[in-house]
Design a binder for this molecule. Structure first.
Ligand SMILES: Cc1cc2nc3c(=O)[nH]c(=O)nc-3n(C[C@H](O)[C@H](O)[C@H](O)COP(=O)(O)OP(=O)(O)OC[C@H]3O[C@@H](n4cnc5c(N)ncnc54)[C@H](O)[C@@H]3O)c2cc1C
Length: 348
């Protein structure tokens, strides 16, 4: 176990923030030994979906559990689908390492989530998604401990109440749990998902045949598309999509379409439609615009970037300005996807 004081919290926005205490555990036994924890607790992964608005007066908790076990034979046969392998994965494992591991073992389902930064524990909190696939499609169980009491929990996929970037861990259990293991159900049959985000076009452009496409090739294509579209946090601080794509009533979408017939959309259900936030932001003229040392990315307007030395305040001011424009023009309130961690210390 690692314990430290005055800890610099890692975050891909590259905005400095300190915590009073830091505790990293490498096993459930180590975690149990430090629970219950008093005072504010924030469990982090790699900090790739966090924006710290100041220092954190409390304990930062981090999992260094990285083991993987095939538990297919240990589960009830009624639980696992015939062609599924169940992997019990430590929450501290880098998610993209898990994707690569699965493909290497001939286990499929996570390919489209290649190169999403962060760890396995956070993937179950955020229900990460990309290119038409969400983590919840493969998550079968989430285990951990309540940080306030030390009581263990285990929830099956359904009990996690997954939705678009939503879960019980962002709702009633928000800030109250330490996830130690996530169980994924992976298929032994590769069925490529190529309908979203220009994957099909990229396959054609690279001269590959969709019928003989391998999971490795699909992973390479996705990594390539992401590299071209998204800023690398090592070069320019960011936390991926700052805003969620809004889901609006169909009547609201129809009103927008009357004025902007080209508005892109995805049907969610009979009564609701998802509109890409990037399109709304671009229509408001924000693409590539800078405010202070924060900016709307020039290729992907969903991403707010730190152009160098930005404070959280500058990023949040830009966020508010973008939200105001979109609200005024389209009557839509953009919700943030990034977790904004408000300082618990008195502001100077
Ligand atoms: C360049 C870039 C591209 C991105 N692209 C995508 C994308 O395509 N799709 C997508 O969905 N996301 C994307 N993201 C966002 C980010 O990668 C995900 O949200 C990821 O899951 C965050 O992982 P993390 O380990 O860094 O978690 P953190 O940012 O550290 O934490 C995220 C949340 O999870 C909680 N948490 C983390 N670990 C645990 C644990 N073990 N127990 C309890 N709670 C925990 C935290 O408290 C917090 O609420 C992108 C980010 C970047 C920087």
């Amino acid at each position: 176990m690692i314990r430290a004081k005055e800890y610099n919290i890692p975050n891909t926005f590259g905005i400095p923030a300190c915590a009073r205490h830091y505790v990293e555990y490498a096993s459930e036994v180590e975690l149990q030994a430090c629970l219950p924890l008093k005072g504010p607790v924030l469990h982090i992964g790699r900090g790739s979906n966090l924006l710290f608005d100041g220092d954190y007066e409390g304990t930062i908790l981090h999992s260094a559990i990285t083991d993987i076990t095939d538990i297919t034979d240990m589960t009830e046969t009624s639980e696992t689908a015939a062609d599924e392998t169940w992997l019990h994965v430590g929450s501290g494992m880098v998610f993209d390492d898990l994707v690569a591991y699965c493909i290497g073992k001939g286990l499929y389902g996570l390919e489209n989530l290649s190169a999403i930064p962060g760890e396995v524990g956070a993937s179950a909190v955020q229900n990460i998604g990309a290119y038409g696939v969400e983590a919840c499609q493969c998550i079968r169980r989430v285990e951990g401990y309540m940080t306030e009491t030390g009581i263990p929990f285990a929830l099956d996929g359904e009990a996690c109440h997954y939705g678009y970037r939503q879960s019980i861990f962002k709702d009633s259990l928000c800030g109250r749990v330490a996830i130690t293991y996530v169980t994924f159900g992976l298929s032994r049959r590769f069925v490529p998902q190529t309908e979203y985000g220009g994957i099909r076009q990229a396959i054609e452009a690279s001269g590959l045949d969709i019928h003989t496409l391998t999971a490795e090739a699909l992973r390479d294509i996705i990594i390539d598309i992401r590299r071209q579209k998204l800023p690398d946090p090592a070069v320019q601080g960011n936390a991926g999509s700052f805003f969620m794509n809004p889901i609006v009533a169909r009547s609201h979408y129809e009103d927008i379409r009357r004025k902007w017939p080209e508005v892109p959309h995805y049907d969610v259900d009979g009564g609701h439609v998802k509109i890409p936030a990037a399109w709304l932001i671009e229509q408001c003229g924000w693409k590539g615009r800078t405010m202070g040392r924060a900016a709307v990315h020039e290729r992907q307007p969903l991403v707010l970037v730190n152009t160098g030395g930005a404070t959280a305040r500058e990023v949040l001011d830009l966020c508010k300005a973008v939200q105001k424009s979109v609200q005024e023009r389209f009557g839509i309130r953009l919700q943030t996807e990034v977790n904004i961690i408000t300082s618990t210390l008195p502001q100077p």
